[in-house]
Design a protein around this ligand. Structure first.
Ligand code: S3P
Length: 200
């Protein structure tokens, strides 16, 4: 784990070998496709669909961190605080540098941490899945499993607005997901990535 890239204080993620996917060989070939965007953008489902369609490894920062730490995301937030979670995200991205290239679903707030923005750029091709706040509330029925998604719409809009420039700063490509199913988004994005020679 390259904790120094995340300004960690040495108290980082335990045992990366317990993370999901990757062949564990330490190879570094090509680069990843990383999906960023607000909660409810469909990153996890689209990443899984794309990975299956193109025979790639699939990674999920939330699932990987949760497995490594041995706690759910809400538990990490309440026990250790959001800042520690952001550092875990950054450290997870460092871990991905040694994994076979795959499709990576990133937690919605990953771009708020400078070390993570740097790591995203280093890791590969970054796709921003755009979703409106209206659509977020249509897609997500319960805010329980997401500590940063409020029932208070104004707070969500503020969070959304504050993140928008950060998503745009990191993105190599923007895909509008509004009114589209995850399979339609995966198909559209897959075609663009093939066209651009990002995946084969
Ligand atoms: C968060 C988004 C979540 C998860 C955590 C914090 C955020 O991921 O990382 O609850 O701050 O936007 P999803 O975007 O996959 O819901």
């Amino acid at each position: 784990m390259r904790g120094e890239d995340c300004l960690a204080d040495g108290n980082g993620l335990p045992d990366p070998s317990r993370a999901d996917a990757g062949d564990g060989s330490g190879r570094s070939i090509g680069s990843h496709v990383l999906l960023i965007g607000f909660m409810g953008a469909g990153k996890s489902t689209v990443a899984r669909r794309l990975a299956r369609r193109y025979g790639k490894a699939s990674f999920d920062t939330d699932a990987g961190i949760s497995r490594m730490v041995g706690k759910s995301i809400p538990e990490i937030f309440s026990d250790e605080g959001e800042q520690t979670f952001r550092r875990y995200e950054c450290e997870y991205l460092q871990y991905l540098k040694d994994m076979e290239p795959g499709i990576v679903s990133c937690g919605g707030g990953i771009v708020t941490y400078e070390g993570s923005r740097r790591a995203l750029r280093e890791l590969g091709f970054v796709v921003y899945l755009d979703v409106s706040v209206d659509e977020v509330y249509r897609r997500i029925s319960s805010t329980e499993s997401r500590p940063n998604l409020s029932d208070d719409r104004r707070r969500t809009e503020e969070l959304y607005e504050s993140r928008l420039p950060l998503y745009m700063e990191c993105a190599d490509l923007v895909v509008d997901t509004n009114g589209k199913s995850s399979s339609a988004v995966a198909r559209e994005l897959g075609n663009i990535l093939v066209e651009r020679g990002v995946i084969g």
